[in-house]
Design a protein around this ligand. Structure first.
Ligand code: MG
Length: 167
């Protein structure tokens, strides 16, 4: 079954220090609906603060999107991260490019994103740690929208399994 390694309410709830402790050194962030809604061209102050904190911990951080160069370049203007567009997730190729661009090791890399069928599947294909977060906005582009229902079913099954394992 397609499921993430971890699932959090948002990028702010992820225990980044724990990730560092377990050897994760490089973080790949999806952009749309993970860091920002589709219609937010520039990062909010809290995103900028988070990225700063992650850099201070020592992480290498990268933006990876299936969206356009213009979208990610505008968003990245003040963040100045490694940024990759047209990633073609769920294929591993864009993720592999990100790992290479960060000069990271696969086993030290995690992907963080809001879509099971894009970010998490892609992360699985690239054999890296996968962290699912809830989408920051209710709006999805049409291509994504039709995937939300099967995605929800899989996430519910995943949460149910987690719960039964904890018993
Ligand atoms: Mg997304």
């Amino acid at each position: 079954m397609l499921s993430p390694d971890y699932y959090y309410d948002s990028i702010y709830m992820i225990p980044y220090n724990d990730l560092w402790q377990r050897g994760i050194r490089a973080l790949i962030f999806d952009l749309d609906n993970t860091l920002a809604p589709y219609d937010t061209p520039r990062p909010q102050a809290k995103v900028i603060a988070l990225i700063r904190r992650l850099k201070r911990i020592g992480f290498t951080v990268c933006l990876l999107t299936n969206n356009t160069k213009k979208r990610v370049d505008t968003y990245n203007e003040h963040l100045e991260l490694i940024a990759i567009h047209g990633a073609m997730k769920p294929f591993a190729s864009g993720i592999n490019r990100a790992i290479k661009a960060m000069d990271a090791k696969r086993e030290e890399t995690a992907i963080i994103g809001d879509q099971l069928f894009s970010d998490i599947w892609g992360g699985r294909n690239a054999k890296i740690l996968t962290i699912l977060v809830k989408p920051v906005s209710k709006y999805d582009i049409p291509l994504v929208r039709w995937r939300r229902l099967p995605e929800k079913l899989l996430i519910n099954a995943y949460l149910k399994k987690l719960k039964s394992e904890k018993k």
